[in-house]
Design a protein around this ligand. Structure first.
Ligand code: HEM
Ligand SMILES: Cc1cc2nc3c(=O)[nH]c(=O)nc-3n(C[C@H](O)[C@H](O)[C@H](O)COP(=O)(O)O)c2cc1C
Length: 497
């Protein structure tokens, strides 16, 4: 094929004829505009230009194989690149309106985990900020998460020798320096150019475990490679381990293939996300996408938002319905074949009731993660602490039988103690790490870990314990949450009697 002139490519910049350049090749994506799960607007913005840099923030190059047949028009003439269209960068402006350079404090000035959020807002492009910070519907579930931790108080004991404290915890058989780990979060390529590997490097340096998302920007193998490289650099001295978070796709064959990749790559456990049969309503993302569509003269395809259809897409960048990414059909019975394919431990991520915790025990899972997905899925969902209290009250036999993890809204290392007093194994931390990555890259991940770990160690000393196995339920006052805990309606109790 003869090379195509950049000036020619630049002319195809409308929805009637839309060409883009990816890795020096020209693609006609006109017929794909309406099918793109990320929406037509983001593609139209790149029309007539070299979209490689933007594309790589979201996708691996193999994605071009999914384009309709004959989309590949041939190579672009390398001498004419200067004539390609240059898209208006509507995203350059950080989410906060201020000059970000003057706003970024030295990393040592970040004293508490929530400080990362302020810096991230100053540095992230508006769209990436929306993706990271958004939550479902009116934001109620997110607020419930944040509000739940302060509602439990610690009951310190004094005059105990607390000079030496040990914060280590074993998670699914693997010792970690801390009773907290890095939660799985998708599409980190829009948060930091090095994406997930940058986060992994920080986790390894600090000896923390991390759960890697199915919806990662980099491939499952690339992420494991970054882990192995960092371990090698440190003489394999870090106790850090990687686990794999799994979204069940509609196509079982695709699911099996992904499991095989994760297994061969050496991930230590499978965290199956079960709170996402359909995508939650991400209000802020929708607004942002509607604005983006209007900016390129479209009224956006609202039909794409219908929930509960055959296929839903994993909550990557704002999440739109896409073919087959996430199965609404999955049931407890699917655990049988998943278990056959995965011989390591299985954790169900997104348990929100005591009844489902008990079912997970009966289906012989190794762990459950009490979570409402950082408030991004169900509107008016319970906090993880509330679900933990329910389990303790109605099915106490689950405690000690399964490893129990919590996540959502944890912003202070000392709060981890509350969950552990009530029988949790460990707590997941999401957005604080994501914001730390956005603001400072690997240094941020290290700093965030140090902050949480120091708060945890101080909290232990002030509580009067020197190791995590000394934590007991009577060391917390959970009365406020217990008063609001779900109770069966009286008629149900009578009918049982
Ligand atoms: C040209 C071939 C492309 C193909 C085949 C493609 C395919 C896809 C697919 C399958 C998804 C669903 C999520 C996933 O699997 O990651 C997606 C989402 C997305 N794509 Fe593309 N894409 C292409 C180009 C681009 C380009 C050039 C950009 C940016 C300039 C882009 C930005 C996005 C974004 C932001 C999402 C997230 C959508 C959301 O969750 O709302 N894509 N794309
Ligand atoms: C930007 C973002 C992306 C996420 N992506 C995923 C994902 O791909 N898979 C998943 O199981 N959970 C995902 N989650 C949920 C987190 O794993 C975790 O449950 C939640 O962030 C914990 O709440 P926190 O952010 O308040 O700590 C995501 C959360 C955020 C904020």
């Amino acid at each position: 094929m003869a090379p195509i002139d950049g000036a020619e490519v630049s002319k195809h910049n409308t929805k009637k004829s839309c060409w883009i350049v990816l890795e020096s090749k020209v693609y006609d994506i006109t017929s794909f505009l309406g099918q793109h799960p990320g929406g037509a607007a983001i593609l139209l913005k790149q029309a007539g230009s070299d979209a490689t840099t933007e594309f790589k923030k979201y996708h691996q190059l193999e994605y071009v194989n999914d384009l309709p047949a004959r989309s590949d028009l041939g190579p672009v003439d390398p001498n004419t690149l200067a004539q390609l269209r240059v898209p208006k960068d509507t995203e350059a402006k950080p989410a906060s309106e201020t000059d970000s350079d003057n706003k970024i404090p030295h990393v040592s000035m970040v004293i508490s985990a929530p400080d990362f959020e302020t810096v991230a807002k100053a540095v992230l492009p508006h769209k990436a900020w929306i993706y990271a910070s958004s939550s479902a519907n009116t934001g109620l579930s997110l607020r419930t998460n944040l509000d739940s931790w302060p509602r439990i108080q610690l009951r310190p004991r004094v005059l105990r020798d607390v000079a030496d404290v040990d914060t280590r915890r074993t998670i699914l058989g693997h010792s970690s320096q801390y009773p907290f780990y890095l939660s799985p979060m998708g599409t980190l390529g829009v948060i930091h150019p090095e994406a997930e590997p940058e986060m992994v490097r920080g986790a390894v340096r600090k000896g923390a475990h991390m759960v890697v998302s199915t919806a990662s920007t980099k491939s499952t193998e690339q992420i494991m490679q970054s882990y192995l490289d960092e371990q090698k650099r440190l003489g394999n001295a870090s106790p850090s381990k990687l686990f794999f978070q799994f979204y069940m796709p509609v196509d079982k064959k695709k699911g099996l293939a992904l499991l095989g990749i994760a297994k061969r790559a050496g991930y230590k456990g499978l965290w199956i996300t079960v709170d996402t049969p359909v995508l939650g309503k991400r209000s802020a993302d929708r607004l942002q996408q509607a604005e983006e569509a209007l900016a390129v003269g479209m009224e956006d395809s609202t039909a794409e938002w219908e929930a509960g259809g055959e296929n839903a897409f994993a909550p990557a960048m704002g999440g739109r319905v896409a073919t087959g990414q996430l199965s609404p059909h999955t049931t407890w019975e699917d655990l049988a074949w998943l278990r056959k394919e995965w011989n390591g431990p299985i954790v169900l991520k997104g348990i929100q009731s005591a009844e489902d915790a008990k079912l997970a025990m009966e289906y012989e899972c190794q762990g459950i993660l009490l979570s409402n997905h950082g408030g991004r899925q169900q509107h008016s969902a319970p906090s993880a602490l509330m679900t933990l209290l329910e389990i303790r009250t109605y099915y106490p036999e689950v405690m000690g039988k399964l490893e129990i993890f919590l996540d959502g809204g944890l912003r202070d290392g000392a709060d981890v103690l509350k969950a552990l007093c009530l029988g949790a194994t460990a707590v997941g931390v999401g957005r604080p790490y994501l914001y730390a990555l956005a603001a400072y890259g690997v240094q941020g991940i290290e700093r965030c870990t140090d902050i949480l770990s120091e708060e945890l160690a101080i909290g232990m000393r002030l509580l009067g314990v020197t190791s995590l196995d000394q934590l007991r339920p009577e060391m917390v006052n959970a009365t406020s949450l217990l008063n609001e805990m779900w109770r069966p309606e009286p008629s149900t109790i009578r009918s049982r009697l």
